[in-house]
Design a protein around this ligand. Structure first.
Ligand code: ME8
Length: 661
C-alpha cells in the first residue's frame, strides 16, 4: 500500500499568562475538525498545539504570584493541556517553548540566519507593549495602538534580523502562491504592509531575562516571536525535520491579529535560514462578545467548561463552526447557542436518529430493512444525498464549515419532509405496504448513515453514538471519505445500543446554569497562586447536575453546618417538561421528604427504589421547575459532561437516618 500523504497543521501556541477561553477553544476546535476530516481523507495527520511561555509578561506574572517563572509556566501549561484533553481536542504534539528540544531549534535557526548573513548587532530604543510583546510605533507616553494599554520606553543592545532584505522575496512568494494567505482580506492587508516597506527587526533582548539564551551572546535572549514561531518546527523534528517528514506545515491556523507575524516574519526567518516555507497561513476572525473581541484584558471572556458541562462538547463545536462564517468575526451569545442546540441538534439530527431507529425497531425487527422497488421520491432523496456528499467535501476542503453544515442540515430537513410525505407509520400490513415501508426506512437510514459520516469531524462524540445505533462497528472515522457514496449501509444489519443524543433543554434553564457556572469559574483563583485543590465530591442532586470540583478550604465548623444523612428512596418518577429531573420521595429516618434530583438522564426511576443515598437534609427548600424540593441527593460529577453518579453505601447495611460526618 502506498504511504499516506502527510499533513501538518498547527494552532497558535497560547500564552500562559491566562487560562483558555472560547476564543482559544475556537481555534483549537477548528484544527481538531480539520485533523479528523483529513484523516478520513486518507492523510497521515499531525496537529500541534502548545504554550508560549517566555517574555516579560510571564516574568511579571510569576513575580506577582511569588513563584519562579519555571514553576509558574509549568502549572499554567498543565492547565492548558488538561483542558484540551478534557475537551478531546488535544494535539498530537504539545510543544512548550520551555522544552529543551525547542530551545535547541531556536538556537539552531538563529545560527542558520546568522551564518547566511541576515543577522547583525545593534541598539534599539522604542516604545514596547509588554502585553502584545511587540515594539509599537508610538511616542513615549502613548498607549499601544493595538490593545490600548500603556507602552514602555526600552533601550537595549540586540541583534537585528535583516527583514528589509526580504521585501521582494516575500512579494514574489505571495505572487507565486496566491493561496498562501487566507482569507483574501488578510492577504490584501499583508500585501500592502509588505509593499509599504519592511524595517529590520530586533530579534533578541537584553532587557528581558526570562527567555531562551542566545548561545555565546549572554545576556541576550530571543525575542518571544522569534522563539514562539519556531515552535511549529520544533514540534516536528526541529533541525531534523526531514526525518519526520512533516515540515513544511500545510496550514498554520491563527487569529487575524497575529497574521503579520505568521505571514511576514516567519516566512522571512525561514527564507533566511534556507528552510521550506509553510504552505498556508489561515487567519480566522474573532469571537466577539457584545461587539468587542473576547479577551482576558477586557474581562469579557466565556470559558468552554460550563458550556460543555450543560450542552456537551459537540454542541459547542457545532455552534462555533455553524454560526460563524470561517474567516469572519462572529458574535457569541448563550441565547443563540441554546437556540442552535435545540433546533439543529435536538430537533434536527437527534430527532432524525431516534425516530428512524424507533421505526426500524418497531417495523423491521430491529434490523436495517431491505429496500423494495424505488419510487421517484426515494431516488430524489438519494440524489440529494449524493449531491450533498460532493458539496460538503468541497466546503470542508475550503474550510467552509458553516456552508458544509448548512448543506447537511438541508439534507436532514429534506429527509424529515420525505418522512412526513411518505408517512411510513400509516401504511398497513399488506405485502406491498410492508415492502414500501421497508424502502422508506432503508432510504432514511441510508441518509442518516451518510450524515453521520459527514458530520463526524464536527460532532465526533454524538456521531459515534449514532454509529453504534445503526449497528456499525468501529467509528465513523474509519469510513474513507474518498469512497463515500449512496448505498453503503447493508440491509439486515441489527441496530445497536441507543444512547441519549441531544436531550432537549429549556433555554432559560440552560442559560442560567451556564452563567452560574461561568461565574464560579471566574471566581476560581489562578492555579499558580493556590495549592492544587483536592477534588471534592461534587454535589449532584437538585437542579444543577454538579458543582465545579474545586473549593476553598473551610474549617470543620463550616462542614458541621451541613447535615447529611443516609436516606432511602421510596418512590421515583419523571417530571413532565423537565428532561433532567426526577421527583423522589426519600425516607431520612425522621420523615419522608420530597426531593428533586438532576439525574433523569442517567438513572431509570424504577431502579432507584429502595436505594440508599446520601442526602443533605438541612438545605432550604426550593422549587425546581415548579416542584418543591426539600433536600439534596449527593452525587459525584464524572467526566466532561458531569455525569452524576450517586454516592452510596455498598459495603454495609447502614441505618436509615445515620448522620454522615
Ligand atoms: O497570540 N476569537 O497567544 P494568545 C477568536 N502566543 N480567536 C481567539 C480569540 C477570540 N476572541 N482570542 C484568542 C498569542 N483567540 C501567541 C501566539 S503563535 C507562534 C504565538 C485565539 O494566547 C486566536 O487563534 O494571545 C488567536 O490568534 C490566539 O488565540 C491568540 O492566543
Amino acid at each position: 500500500m502506498p504511504a499516506k500523504p502527510k499533513y501538518y497543521l498547527t494552532t497558535p501556541i497560547y500564552y500562559t499568562n491566562g487560562l483558555p477561553h472560547i476564543g482559544h477553544t475556537y481555534s483549537t476546535i477548528v484544527c481538531d475538525t480539520i485533523r479528523r476530516y483529513k484523516r478520513m481523507r486518507g492523510y497521515d495527520v499531525v496537529m500541534t498545539t502548545g504554550t508560549d511561555e517566555h517574555g516579560v509578561n510571564v516574568e511579571r506574572s510569576a513575580k506577582k504570584a511569588g513563584v519562579p517563572e519555571s514553576e509558574f509556566v509549568a502549572k499554567m501549561a498543565a492547565e492548558w493541556r488538561a483542558l484540551w484533553d478534557e475537551l478531546g481536542v488535544q494535539g498530537d504534539e504539545f510543544i512548550r517553548t520551555t522544552d529543551l528540544k525547542h530551545a535547541h531549534t531556536v538556537q539552531w535557526l538563529f545560527k542558520q540566519c546568522r551564518d547566511n548573513g541576515f543577522v547583525y548587532p545593534g541598539h534599539y530604543t522604542g516604545q514596547y507593549c509588554i502585553y502584545d510583546n511587540a515594539y509599537v510605533d508610538v511616542k513615549p507616553g502613548e498607549n499601544c495602538p493595538d490593545c490600548g494599554r500603556p507602552t514602555e520606553t526600552v533601550t537595549e543592545a540586540n541583534f537585528y534580523f535583516k527583514l528589509s532584505a526580504f521585501q521582494k522575496p516575500l512579494l514574489d512568494w505571495y505572487a507565486k502562491h496566491p493561496n498562501f494567505i487566507q482569507p483574501e482580506a488578510r492577504r490584501n492587508e499583508v500585501l500592502s504592509f509588505v509593499e509599504g516597506g519592511l524595517r529590520d527587526l530586533s530579534i533578541t533582548r537584553t532587557s528581558v531575562r526570562w527567555g531562551i539564551p542566545v548561545p555565546g551572546e549572554e545576556p541576550h535572549v530571543f525575542y518571544v516571536w522569534f522563539d514562539a514561531l519556531t515552535a511549529y518546527l520544533s514540534a516536528v523534528g526541529g533541525p531534523q525535520y526531514e526525518k519526520t517528514g512533516y515540515w513544511p506545515a500545510d496550514v498554520h491556523l491563527v487569529g487575524k491579529e497575529i497574521i503579520r507575524f505568521h505571514a511576514v516574519y516567519w516566512p522571512a526567518f525561514l527564507m533566511a535560514a534556507g528552510l521550506p516555507l509553510p504552505k498556508q497561513v489561515w487567519a480566522h476572525g474573532w469571537l466577539l462578545m457584545d461587539s468587542a473581541k473576547m479577551s482576558k484584558s477586557l474581562g469579557n471572556v466565556v470559558r468552554p467548561r460550563p458550556i460543555v458541562h450543560v450542552l456537551g462538547m459537540d454542541a459547542l463545536r457545532y455552534y462555533l463552526l455553524r454560526e460563524t462564517v470561517f474567516g469572519q468575526d462572529g458574535n457569541f451569545s448563550y441565547d443563540a447557542l441554546v437556540q442552535r442546540y435545540n433546533s439543529d441538534l435536538a430537533n434536527g439530527l437527534g430527532n432524525l436518529a431516534s425516530r428512524t431507529a424507533a421505526m426500524i425497531e418497531k417495523n423491521s425487527g430491529g434490523k436495517i430493512p431491505k429496500p423494495g422497488d424505488l419510487q421517484p421520491q426515494d431516488t430524489a432523496l438519494a440524489a440529494k444525498a449524493q449531491e450533498t456528499i460532493g458539496e460538503v467535501l468541497e466546503q470542508y476542503d475550503k474550510l467552509g464549515f458553516s456552508l458544509a453544515l448548512e448543506e447537511l442540515w438541508s439534507l436532514i430537513a429534506a429527509t424529515d419532509k420525505y418522512l412526513t410525505t411518505e408517512h411510513p407509520w400509516s401504511l398497513g400490513e399488506t405485502d406491498a405496504d410492508q415492502k414500501r415501508r421497508a424502502t422508506i426506512l432503508w432510504t432514511t437510514a441510508e441518509v442518516l448513515w451518510i450524515v453521520t459520516v459527514l458530520t463526524h469531524p464536527v460532532l465526533p462524540e454524538s456521531t459515534a453514538k449514532v454509529w453504534t445505533l445503526l449497528g456499525q462497528t468501529g467509528q465513523p472515522s474509519s469510513v474513507a471519505l474518498d469512497g463515500l457514496r449512496w448505498g453503503q449501509l447493508a440491509p439486515g444489519t441489527p441496530l445497536g445500543k441507543s444512547q441519549a443524543l441531544f436531550p432537549r433543554i429549556e433555554k432559560a434553564e440552560a442559560i442560567e446554569r451556564m452563567e452560574a457556572m461561568e461565574k464560579e469559574e471566574q471566581k476560581q483563583p489562578s492555579p499558580v497562586t493556590t495549592p492544587a485543590p483536592a477534588s471534592a465530591p461534587a454535589v449532584g442532586g437538585a437542579a444543577t447536575a454538579a458543582a465545579p470540583a474545586t473549593a476553598e478550604k473551610i474549617g470543620i465548623e463550616d462542614f458541621a453546618k451541613v447535615e447529611m444523612r443516609v436516606g432511602q428512596i421510596k418512590t421515583a418518577e419523571r417530571i413532565v417538561g423537565a428532561d433532567k429531573l426526577l421527583k423522589l420521595t426519600v425516607d431520612i429516618g425522621t420523615e419522608i421528604r420530597q426531593i428533586c434530583a438532576g439525574i433523569a438522564q442517567y438513572y431509570e426511576p424504577e431502579k432507584l427504589i429502595g436505594r440508599k443515598v446520601a442526602v443533605v437534609v438541612n438545605l432550604a427548600p426550593r422549587k425546581l421547575r415548579g416542584v418543591e424540593s426539600n433536600g439534596m441527593i449527593v452525587a459525584a460529577s464524572v467526566g466532561p459532561e458531569g455525569r452524576p453518579v450517586l454516592a452510596g453505601f455498598p459495603d454495609e447495611d447502614v441505618e436509615i437516618g445515620a448522620r454522615l460526618k
